[in-house]
Ligand binder design. Structure first.
Ligand code: UFG
Length: 348
């Protein structure tokens, strides 16, 4: 792709779900995304904007070479492992890739004088947090990760903050709530293998392409007994990254910002929304609670507006579900539920 005079941004993990949507948003905003990805869980087909470098973030030399080749002075860092359950059984791997990988990346960034970093953090840093069940969570809430995955995200935040102080990097850690939906173009979407997230599983169940959904518990202390989550459209999330890249910050500044809507939806509300969008009910049953699931995780999203001037514009639940359904019905990649499989087995 012809780069022209567009500023390059290194996007680690840019072949993954949120990374690919952010690469598209960067490109639309006039940047040149340079996707650096090992393809261990991302998809080459998701890299459609800018350049692609196949590499591992633990390889500081390869990262430095990519920064040199494109002259990138900013980095958006998504690369890492994300499955909460897997982090419980393989914590060493999560520390190795998420934490040691980020150390290695920071070393290369320091050597090459990178000035701005945006880091993919998570609401998992809060855990249950000791707050009242239905309170929204401000950034200053207690940090009590409930999994090694959350531990690694918090450790990375601390490390990045220290690196900002030490050499004048400025960074924004975005603490995502529940990323969902897909770009309406149909070019990119959610393709996790294995898929564990509620909305894709509910859609697959409605389309008859997966087993009925199990609702993990309906005896929580919430209005309908099922868990509340703050679902944020992946394109709103992508826009938050662009805003975090551009916000004026003094050298050495570190900011951690929630990215959510401030509004919770219950598992039952999601199941109903998927049923409406699919035109048929989601086959489901209620099962036991999933270990570690807090009853409610809803952002206090005021800081994102104040600092980044960012607000969600497409995170209405029905819109999220409609965009996710369009993708799930005809995914452009992802071996779990390929378009070809669907042709062989149309939903009825
Ligand atoms: N759920 C079900 N059945 C399923 C799958 C999920 O009832 O088959 C429920 C969960 O119990 C939860 C809600 O749907 O109440 C959402 O679950 P997801 O697995 O879609 O998402 P989580 O809230 O568990 O996880 C999200 C991010 C993680 C992040 C975490 C922070 O996907 O990366 O928030 O706590 F770590």
């Amino acid at each position: 792709m012809d780069r022209g005079s567009k500023p390059a941004v290194l996007v680690t993990g840019g072949a993954g779900y949120i990374g690919a949507h952010t690469a598209k948003a960067l490109s639309e905003r006039g940047y040149f995304p340079v996707v650096f990805d090992s393809l261990s869980s991302g998809f080459r087909e998701a890299v459609r904007w800018g350049a692609f470098v196949h590499g591992d973030i633990r390889d500081a030399r390869a990262v430095a070479d990519a920064l040199d080749e494109y002259g990138a002075k900013s980095v958006i860092h998504f690369a890492g492992l994300i499955e909460v359950g897997r982090s419980v059984v393989q914590p060493d791997l999560f520390w190795e890739i998420n934490v040691a990988g980020t150390v290695s990346l920071l070393t290369a960034m320091r050597e090459r004088g990178v000035e701005r970093m945006v880091f993919s953090s998570s609401a998992a840093v809060y855990g249950q947090g000791g707050r009242g069940a239905l309170e929204t969570i401000p950034e200053g809430a207690a940090k009590a990760p409930a999994s090694p995955y959350g531990d690694t995200k918090l450790a990375c935040e601390w490390m990045i903050e220290a690196q900002c102080r030490a050499y004048g990097l400025s960074a924004v850690a975005l603490r995502y709530f529940n990323a969902a939906g897909a770009d309406p173009s149909g070019l990119i979407g959610e393709a996790h293998e294995p898929e564990t997230h509620l909305i894709p599983l509910a859609i697959a169940a409605a389309l008859g392409e997966a087993k009925p959904l199990t609702v993990f518990g309906d005896d929580f202390d919430t209005p309908d007994g099922t868990c509340l989550r703050d679902y944020i459209h992946v394109n709103d999330l992508a826009a938050a990254h662009v805003a975090a890249l551009e916000v004026e910050l003094p050298a050495g500044a570190f900011e951690a910002v929630n990215v959510g809507t401030g509004k919770g939806n219950s598992v039952r509300e999601v199941v109903d929304a998927v049923g409406r969008a699919a035109g048929r009910p989601v086959p489901h049953s209620v099962g036991a609670r999933r270990a570690g699931d807090p009853p409610s995780l809803v952002a206090d999203a005021s800081r994102a507006k104040e600092l980044l001037g960012w607000e969600p514009v497409c995170s209405d639940l029905d819109r999220i579900v409609a965009d996710a359904l369009r993708w799930e019905a005809q995914p452009a990649y992802g071996s779990g539920r390929r378009a070809t499989d669907r042709k062989a087995q149309p939903a009825s």
